[in-house]
Design a binder for this molecule. Structure first.
Ligand code: FAD
Length: 348
């Protein structure tokens, strides 16, 4: 395996910002991952695991250490207890796997079509969209434990999945390198058409749509919001949704609705949000003065989605952070809510 020196990281991310990594390795097997770790340890280098770079803000100084871009490929398939198990290499492109699952008529990930990034990135923040999340279908995660060098198979329960979190980005952050993920899908299952956008899309259809139609619909809806990486669409130069939907305690929620009513506004409500008193971060951002298309020199808000901070070209990581801080401050002042960013900040 070749280890490169002084490699620009910006092109390896969807935001296209950030400085270089001192070293970059692209291990294609678990053995190469171990070799790369030995290299880092022998030189006392900090380690950072990079997937598809779609949920990252890399600092302008870059990463002073080794960036490990996981390139383990392969999709294996077998049937067990009425499910089809897909064992997928962490370096596989997520949407390539979803396309394969849908083509094999297996249900469970169709609503997650079009999410950028790698398979190995999906358990980290329990990727979710349009009424599905990977926690529902992940059977197990094979990972290298940096504590003792052992390779462990973690069952779904051990991954501690919750909304946009798992042990990989909370309690055990930095401990595991994900090598392979096994998804248990339902052969011949129906697509999940529960999310309002999808229900609207299929309103009036007499028959249950196929998994392929559901996948196409999700990709079309995502493209209309610049949430599908589309060459030439500047609004895609982002890390997707920049803030998580805040989950509020009852009292906080009451406070928010009172503030909204006083301004003659109504906090948007629909079942997916209501169930956990989850509030739309996009609404909070919009009603804090950051409408779609907002621009502040080299950064702004996507013209198609209020929750995506976009690099308008030539932006720096510092520009992105400044806008993030500005939005957080305004939302806190106006609504009393602290917005948590979704992307991972690297090298700050
Ligand atoms: C246009 C756009 C739309 C998006 N839409 C959605 C969406 O609908 N829903 C959603 O949940 N997310 C969405 N995202 C965010 C992002 O695509 C996902 O979080 C994705 O799963 C990140 O995977 P990645 O491989 O790109 O990870 P990276 O961005 O490379 O890394 C993210 C984190 O995961 C860690 N990581 C990555 N691979 C591994 C590994 N093999 N082992 C250990 N740790 C690893 C990294 O260290 C880092 O901490 C969107 C992003 C963009 C740009």
């Amino acid at each position: 395996m070749i280890i490169l020196e002084n490699v620009p990281l910006a092109p390896l991310t969807t935001f296209k910002v950030g400085g270089p990594a001192d070293y970059l390795a692209e291990p294609k097997t678990a053995t190469e991952v171990v070799e790369a770790i030995q290299f880092a340890r022998s030189r006392n280098l900090l380690l950072f695991v990079l997937g598809g770079g779609s949920n990252l803000v890399i600092s302008d100084a870059g990463w002073s250490g080794l960036a490990l871009k996981i390139a383990i490929s392969g999709i294996d398939e077998r049937n067990e207890n009425g499910k089809t198990l897909f064992e997928v290499g962490a370096g596989e492109e997520w949407d390539r796997f979803v396309a394969r699952a849908v083509a094999r008529n297996c249900a469970g990930v169709e609503c997650l079509s079009g999410i950028p990034g790698s398979v190995g990135g999906t358990p980290v923040q329990n990727v979710g969209a349009y009424g599905q999340e990977v926690a529902e279908t992940i059977a197990s995660v094979l990972a290298l434990d940096l504590r003792d060098g052992q390779i462990r198979e973690l069952c779904a329960q051990a991954c501690g999945f919750r909304y946009r979190t798992s042990i990989f980005n909370t309690s055990e952050s930095g401990r595991f390198i994900i090598l392979r993920v096994t998804y248990a899908l339902t052969p011949g299952g129906e697509p999940r058409i529960q999310y309002p956008d999808l229900k609207r899309h299929f309103a009036g259809f007499q028959q249950t749509p196929s998994l392929t139609s559901a996948r196409e619909a999700v990709r079309r809806i995502r493209a209309s919001k610049a949430m599908l990486i589309t060459p030439g669409d500047e609004d895609c130069r982002s890390a997707g949704s920049f803030f998580k939907n805040p989950v509020l305690a009852e009292e906080q929620y009451d406070q928010l609705t009172k503030r909204a009513t006083a301004k003659g506004l109504q906090v948007p409500s629909y079942p997916a949000l209501d169930a956990q008193r989850k509030v739309s971060a996009a609404w909070l951002v919009e009603y804090s003065g950051f409408r779609k298309g907002y621009s502040s020199s080299r950064v702004g808000i996507s013209r198609k989605h209020a929750l995506a901070i976009v690099n308008r070209g030539e932006a720096t990581a510092a520009d992105i952070l400044a806008l993030k801080d500005h939005i957080q401050q305004r939302v806190e002042e106006l609504w009393g809510i602290h917005l948590e960013p979704e992307p991972v900040f690297v090298g700050f």
